[in-house]
Structure formats: C-alpha cells, structure tokens
Design a protein around this ligand. Structure first.
Ligand code: NAD
Length: 477
C-alpha cells in the first residue's frame, strides 16, 4: 500500500479510498495508491506554504544547490531500485527505466549548479535613479505529470522549480506514481525540509483539478494531453495563475536524398519505438524525398521486422503500452488505417513469452499516409510510424508544418544551406539536424508552439518560467 507524501510524511488520503496499481507486462494488480481528493491537495498546499514561509525563502541559492546536488547523488545510488520500480509500474524495458532514473539524477545535478547563478540586472534609467530587477520565485508551484516519463518529467519540472526557489505540490499520473513517491522519500532523507516536495496521488479530474483550482497554488506546470491542457488553462485563467503547458506532438523526421542513411536509419527507428512510442516528442511522421522513398522504406521495413516486443524485464526493443485503453487507442488507429487502405510496410513481433493479459503492440510502419488522415494529424502515442513522400524542399516544409502541433522536428541532409533554411521554416520548439532528440538533452530548452503548448522547461531557460521579475526603482537624487 502506498501513501501520499506530504510534509515528509506518508499520509493516507482523506477519502479512505485507494486505486489499484497494474503491471502493464502482465495486466496484474500488485499494489495500491491513495485515491486523494481536494482535502489532501489542500493539506499539501498548506504544507508547501508553511515550508516556503518558514524555511525555503530564507535558504540561500548556494544551500539550495547543495541540497539538490545531494539528492542527485542519492538518486544515482538508487538507480537500480528506481529503475525496477518504474519497470514494474510502467512496463519500461530495463535500459529505458535505468536511463530515466539516470536522467532524473542529471536534472537535479544540472539545476543544483544553476541555483546560485540566477540573477536580475541593473538597468540604465533617468539621472538620479538606480534601477534593478530581481528574479523571485512564484511560491507554491503545482506540477501535473503524465505517465510516460514520470521520473524525467519530475526532474525537469520539480528540479527547475526548486532551483528557482519555489516549493512543489506534485500530482503524478494515476498509472505512474510509485517511483515519484520513492524519490520524495529520498529527498526527505537528504534533508529537504518538510513541505518542499509533496506528492498527492489520484485521478486527474479529482486531484489534478483541485490542484489547478487551489488559490494557494501560484504557478502550474502541466505536461500531458492537449485536451486536459485546455482545461488547466481555463481553470487557471479564473485566478490569472501562470501556466506552463507541455502538450503533445506529431513530430516529423524529414529525410532528403543526400542524407547519410546509415546514420539516419537507426535514429529514425529509435525516435518512434523508444518507450513504445509513448513519447510526446516521438518522431511519428516520416517525410522522405521521393527520390529515395522506395529504397528507404525497404530498409526501414527490414529493420522493423527485426524489432521484438515483450515483458519489460526481458529488456527487448519495446515493452508493453501503459494500459489497456492505450492499447485499444492504438488498435483503433490501425483499424482506421486499414479501412482507409493505407498500406502497411512492416511490423515487429510480440515474443511468445509475452502474457496475453499484458498490453503489447508490435511496432508498425505505414506508407503513403494522406496528410489529412488522422494518422498524419493526431498523436497515436504508440509505436506507429506514418511515412509519406515529398517532391522538394518547399513541399517538405509544407508537410512538416501541416499539423496543429509543433514540438520537435528532425532533418537529415548534408546540404549546409538547407539545414539552416529548414530549421528556420519549420514551426516547432526544437529542430534537430542529422540527429533526433526524443526526450534527450537536460541542458536544452524544451517546449512547443501551436497546440504543443507554451513555456519552456529544461535548460537554464526553464528558470525564467519558474520565477517572476520584480523591478525596483530607487530615486536617490
Ligand atoms: P493526460 O492529459 O490524460 O494526463 C496528464 C496528467 O493530467 C495526469 O497526471 C492526469 O491525471 C492529469 N489530469 C487528467 N485530467 C485532469 C483534469 N481534468 N485536471 C487536472 N489534471 C488532470 O495525458 P496522459 O495520457 O497522462 O499523457 C499523454 C499525453 O501527454 C500525450 O498527449 C503526450 O504527448 C503528452 N506529453 C507531453 C509531453 C511534453 O513535454 N510536451 C511529455 C509527456 C507527455
């Protein structure tokens, strides 16, 4: 049985209800989390406020940095344990689960170093004045986290918020709470004061909604689906609470005829099969120069057929999807493709050891996907790559920008001029040239345009979003 973690103590929910925790590899229930409600959120916000007023706002940047660094080191000591927890809870193959735990530690390391380097400026103004700006924390920040990369998203969001001097109330996704509850416990062990990091588990429409509405929450960082992002934005607008939205994507990987295909092919595949395609920045659309469309698809098809899917502990190319409804969602997309006559190039294989009760999906490569079809427009959030061809650079740009999203893009070409032209013309938050960073790069600001959201997390840039700027004008004559 798992409890909320509020003011450095395990707390049962006010409702007395729990939710089952399911292993996606087997479909079996193996634990319980608290089904919390607005009362638990209120308790956590009060604990956070108390921490802010009594301790945290008096803690210097240097000391905050040291605490974050201690946590980073503690997390590294617990990588294997955290990876095992995540593997069972989220169905992540061992390598993926470990890399998430290492990335979490790296976020805290990066933000530890940033704590004492965030500062305002002095501004030239009229004679007789001195004007300066201070970067101040918002105060109590709310963090609503999805299930696909709980540890990484906690690291970038909570790590950045703490570094900027905020305290945090975290609502993990109901399918992925266990690793974050353990991380909060480890944070208390290295000396984070009670109330600095609080975790409240439960449903989005109960806990997440209560957190977004709570008048004591002074900034909300939301990572999740565009539809819930809209709800959060509406609720926050009622009290003019600032929001950072990290929403989905339908990110293109664009391959020109002069690309180095030996380098591109494994990266293209990894960008869609990593985490079984459940990655907001997955490279889920493949746009290929018509000159190399057939040979590239043939090569990718052969590689897709080699991919193996199975229980997380087998550490194959892909584990299961997170839950049955996600599996059904992918099946619905694939049956729509069939109805529309979209050809399938190849599929990987689910191994015989995979229990039928697990939530498995073979990686699938589709071709000639019409640009208006939902497979080219909507997030599948599963291992499905939709390929289409383009005639020239203008056509590639047109297709790349032809969705409501704009999170990440990958461009493969050896032509230096084209590399920059494409980077300029694609509407997205990140562009990778001759590589693709699905999720990677702690140092690199990350976020979207259009329906992929706004605000930036990761990198130093995130700290500006987690602070508010105060201008102080002193007239001294
Ligand atoms: P989701 O929007 O359903 O849930 C995200 C979080 O919001 C969960 O914690 C959930 O409990 C909570 N929530 C749900 N309803 C709520 C409500 N009414 N009020 C407040 N909170 C609520 O998304 P998901 O299914 O967990 O994750 C998949 C989505 O997240 C995909 O669209 C994916 O692209 C996106 N995502 C984006 C990024 C990014 O950085 N851009 C990263 C990871 C995932």
């Amino acid at each position: 049985m798992q409890f909320n973690f509020i003011a450095n103590r395990p707390c049962p929910s006010a409702s007395g209800f729990t939710l089952p925790v399911i292993d996606p590899s087997s479909g079996e229930v193996f634990d319980e989390i608290q089904r919390s409600n607005a009362l638990d959120v209120d308790l956590a916000v009060q604990a956070a406020r108390h921490c802010m007023d009594s301790v945290w706002q008096k803690t210097s940047g240097v000391d905050r940095g040291r605490l974050l660094m201690c946590l980073s080191q503690k997390l590294l000591e617990h990588v294997d344990e955290l990876a095992l927890i995540e593997q069972r809870d989220c169905g992540k193959p061992t390598k993926q689960a470990r890399s998430d735990a290492v990335a979490l530690a790296r976020y805290f390391e990066f933000y530890a170093g940033a704590c004492d380097k965030l500062h305002g400026e002095t501004l030239p103004y009229q004679d007789g004045y001195s004007v300066l700006t201070w970067r101040e924390p918002h105060g109590v920040t709310g963090h609503i986290i999805p299930w696909n990369y709980p540890m990484q998203i906690f690291g970038r969001s909570v790590g950045g918020a703490l570094a900027a001097g905020n305290v945090c109330v975290v609502k993990p996704a109901e399918d992925a709470c266990l690793s974050l509850l353990r991380v909060a416990q480890l944070a208390s062990e290295v000396g984070f004061p009670p109330g600095a990091i609080n975790i409240v588990t439960g449903y989005g429409h109960e806990v997440g909604d209560a957190l977004a509405r709570h008048p004591g929450v002074e900034h909300i960082s939301f990572t999740g689906s565009p539809s819930v992002g809209t709800l959060i934005q509406q609720v926050a607008a009622e009290r003019h609470c600032p929001v950072t939205l990290e929403l989905g994507g339908k990110s293109p990987q664009i391959v020109f005829a002069d690309a180095n295909l030996d380098e591109a092919v494994p990266v293209i595949i990894n960008a869609i099969v990593q985490n079984a395609g459940q990655t907001c920045s997955a490279g889920s659309r493949l746009l290929v120069d018509e000159l190399i469309y057939e040979p590239l698809l043939q090569r990718l098809g052969q590689a897709f057929e080699q991919l193996r899917v199975g229980p997380a502990a087998m550490d194959l190319d892909l584990g299961p999807l997170i839950r049955q409804s996600q599996q059904q969602r992918v099946w619905d997309f694939l049956s729509d493709a069939q109805v529309a006559g979209i050809p399938m190039v190849a599929q990987g294989r689910i191994v015989d050891e995979a229990p039928e009760t697990g939530f498995y999906q073979a990686p699938t490569l589709l071709r000639d996907v019409p640009v208006a079809h939902r497979l080219a427009q909507e997030e599948v959030f599963g291992p499905v790559l939709a390929a289409m061809s383009f005639r020239d650079e203008d056509h590639a740009v047109e297709l790349a920008n032809a969705t409501r999203f704009g999170l990440v893009a990958g461009v493969w070409t050896r032509d230096g001029g084209r590399q920059f032209r494409m980077a300029k013309r694609i509407r997205s938050g990140q562009v990778f040239i001759n590589n693709y960073g699905a999720g990677g790069g702690v140092e690199l600001p990350f976020g979207g345009v259009k329906s992929s959201g706004y605000g930036r997390e990761k990198g130093f840039e995130a700290l500006y979003g987690f602070t508010t700027l105060k201008t102080v004008a002193l007239r001294h004559g």
